[in-house]
Design a protein around this ligand. Sequence first.
Ligand SMILES: NC(=O)c1ccc[n+]([C@@H]2O[C@H](COP(=O)([O-])OP(=O)(O)OC[C@H]3O[C@@H](n4cnc5c(N)ncnc54)[C@H](O)[C@@H]3O)[C@@H](O)[C@H]2O)c1
Length: 268
Amino acid sequence: MSNNLLKGKRGIITGALDENSIAWKVALKAHEQGATFVLTNAPLAMRLGTIKQLAEQTKSEIIPADATNVEELTNLFTKSQEVLGGKIDFVLHSIGMSPNIRKNIPYTELNYDFYMKSLDISALSLHKMLAVAYKLDALAKEGSVVTLTYIGAQRVFPFYTDMSDAKATLESIVRNFGYHYGKKNKVRVNSVSQSPTKTSAGNGIKGFAEFFDLANMQSALGNASADSCADYCITLFSDYTKMVTMQNLFHDGGYSTTGVSMEMMDKL
Ligand SMILES: NC(=O)c1ccc[n+]([C@@H]2O[C@H](COP(=O)([O-])OP(=O)(O)OC[C@H]3O[C@@H](n4cnc5c(N)ncnc54)[C@H](O)[C@@H]3O)[C@@H](O)[C@H]2O)c1
C-alpha cells in the first residue's frame, strides 16, 4: 500500500545482497512509496548477490562502491546525483562485516588485522560516506541518513565479538556527524537498532538460530522482522520525522527495555 511518503525523493541504498537483506526490503518499500534511488554494494558482493533483479524491479541503477574506499564513494555520490537529477534526500547505510566472526575467533583472541577490517567496513564506512557527501554538498536540505545497528553496542553478547565495538563506534559517528550535518543544512542522522534478523550477516554469527529464538521470547512484540524494519526506515526518510536526529532508535519489539519475560522464566 502506498501513501507516497517518499514521492519526489532521491536516495542511495547500500547493502542489498539478496532478498533477505534488510536493505532489499527498504528498496522495495521506498520504490512503493514513490522514491527514486541508486542501489550500491561492494563489487565482490554484486557478483555473489542478486542485486540486478532488485534493480529491475525498482527501476534503479546500480553503482558499485566499496564503502571503505573514499574514491569509490566520491564516484557514487557524484554519479548518483547525475543519474537521479539532483541532490540526495536519503541514504541507507546497511553495511556490516566481521572477518573475526566469519572465522569464529573469540573476543579474547581477536585477529587485529581482521578487527581493523570490521571497524572500517562496519563503522568508519558511515563516516566516509557522510564526509564525502559533506564535501560534495551532495545531500539536500532536510535530508535523512539511516544506519543499522545492534544492541551489542550497549550490552555484552559474547558471540557478537568485535561487531560490538564496531557498532558502538558507528553509533558515536551517528551522534557526532549528526551534529555537524544538522548545523550544515538540517540533514538528520540516526541509527536503527534492529532485532536479530535472518539475513546473510545475521546467519553468519555462531549460535544465531538459538539466539534468535531467545530474543523472540524476551520481546513483548516478538522479534521485529526485516520487513517492519524497512517500514520504520521509510518513516525516518519521510517528512514526518524532520526533527529526529543523532538518535539510536530501538526497533526490537521491546527487547531493549525488558528485564526478563515470563517465557524465559518458564525455561529455567
Ligand atoms: N541481521 C541481523 O540480525 C541484524 C541485526 C541488527 C543490525 N543488523 C545490521 O543490518 C545491516 C545490514 O545487514 P543485513 O542483516 O541486512 O545482512 P546482509 O548480509 O544482507 O547485508 C550486509 C551488507 O553489507 C555489505 N558490505 C559488506 N562489506 C561491504 C563493503 N566493503 N562495501 C559495501 N558494502 C559492503 C554486504 O555486501 C551486504 O550487502 C548491517 O549493518 C548489520 O550489522 C543486522
